[in-house]
Design a protein around this ligand. Structure first.
Ligand code: SAM
Ligand code: SF4
Length: 385
């Protein structure tokens, strides 16, 4: 068991680490780019496959699937994470496609949980399979889970994802809570003409259950996501909907105190009223890139990731590894750096480190150029969200 990651039996304890303050294990400077940004966060897509077809991510017929042998195996992923940790990466988030459709995912979690140097191991999921896996994932050492939920309306959910699976997601959220994950973040994509009616119900849903909710502006990622500038529901529009409902909506400049054990106890209590739930929000863990806002007088907090209207590139310390082992410095990157070839020909760590450094050095100040569609041939689910 990796002592840094904590003991899964102490279920769901809040994050206590300060990843950016930990020196890279290789004694070097870590992954610092030309603009001084230190890269401590790695998102890993474990599969390009998914059991949903969210229109903003995949076409209804899906995308041509990668041959299984093209996808990194667990040994390869663990090796990349080991090298990344040597270079100062402290946070790993598994994503996809849908990470839970990858066979034996808890086994990978268990191996990554044993990686010395990692302070945070998390996963982003659509939640449909969480009811089956939540306990096992927790036992394996997964620390945190983000669940994507864009609507609470069953018909809208089906129109969005192609599947009548809202109940499964709701059961998945309950299972994640029962397994002791905390905090649990809900990610809701904000799309103009689609999301307006769902902003308030989603906020109430989250607050009543002690979940954190973040709205994410729709981004032009990948080749098939039906994005247009008119479909972005910007932070300002989300805030005005919230203001109408909650009265005041104030940005919180400081991210506030770290989560407290006391806050956690309140989270797990059965209080379901908005007021009771808002008390627990005092310990919420919104961190950049989410900007945090206080709703009304009671202190309820929500987050908004305003990737389009107010990009957070200047403070971005994130790298991405897709399922076939290409390293990218951004969702908007137009190319990837191939780690798989080195892994499969038995290359040493120094070669992998060289690729990590090359990708980081190539990162522009602002890869996300407003109004410009990225020139990638991949869909979002193939890049890894
Ligand atoms: N299948 C998992 C899920 O849906 O949570 C993980 C992969 S998914 C690609 C990761 C996240 O990317 C989801 O929260 C999804 O809403 C978000 N996403 C997908 N396409 C997006 C887009 N065009 N703009 C912004 N976020 C997007
Ligand atoms: Fe699947 Fe997630 Fe993409 Fe939806 S957003 S199609 S759940 S990978």
């Amino acid at each position: 068991m990796n002592p840094t990651l904590g003991n899964p039996s102490s279920i769901g304890g809040p994050q206590r680490s300060a990843p950016n303050k930990v020196a890279p294990a290789d004694g070097g400077d870590g992954l610092i780019d030309r603009w001084g940004r230190r890269h401590t966060d790695l998102r890993i897509s474990v599969t390009d496959r998914c059991n949903l077809r969210c229109f903003y991510c995949m076409p209804p017929e899906g995308v041509p699937l990668l041959p299984r042998e093209a996808i990194l195996d667990f040994d390869e992923i663990v090796r990349v994470v080991h090298v990344a940790a040597r270079l100062g990466v402290r946070k790993v988030r598994l994503t996809g496609g849908e990470p839970l459709v990858r066979k034996n995912l808890p086994a990978l979690i268990g191996r990554l949980a044993g990686e010395a140097g990692l302070a945070d191991l998390a996963m982003t999921t659509n939640g449909t399979l969480l009811a089956d896996y939540a306990q096992e994932l927790r036992r394996a050492g997964l620390q945190r889970v983000n669940i994507s939920l864009d609507t609470l309306d069953r018909r809208q959910f089906q129109a969005l994802t192609g599947q009548d699976a809202l109940d499964q997601v709701l059961q998945g959220i309950e299972a994640a809570q029962a397994a002791g994950f905390w905090p649990i973040k809900l990610n809701a994509l904000a799309i103009r003409g689609f999301s307006e009616s769902q902003i308030v119900p989603l906020v109430r849903f989250a607050l009543e259950r002690g979940l954190e909710i973040r709205f994410i502006e729709f981004m032009p990622i990948g080749i098939v996501n039906q994005w247009s500038p008119e479909r972005v529901l910007p932070a300002a529009a989300i805030l005005s909907i919230l203001r109408r409902e909650f009265g005041s909506v104030e940005p919180v400049d400081s991210w506030g105190p770290a989560e407290s054990e006391a806050g956690r106890e309140e989270e797990t209590a059965s209080a379901v009223s908005l007021v009771a739930a808002t008390e627990t929000r005092r310990g919420a863990s919104f961190q950049p890139p989410a900007r945090c806002y206080l709703l009304g007088d009671a202190g309820a907090r929500i987050g908004i990731i305003s990737s389009m209207s107010r990009p957070f590139c200047r403070s971005c310390g994130r790298l991405r590894l897709n399922a076939i082992g290409e390293l990218r410095y951004c969702l908007f990157a137009q190319r990837g750096w191939d780690l798989r070839t080195i892994l499969r020909r038995g290359g040493d760590d120094e070669e992998l480190i060289h690729i990590f450094r090359a990708a980081v050095q190539a990162k522009p100040l602002r890869p996300n150029t407003p109004g410009q569609q990225p020139q990638t041939h991949l869909a979002m689910c193939q890049i890894g969200g």
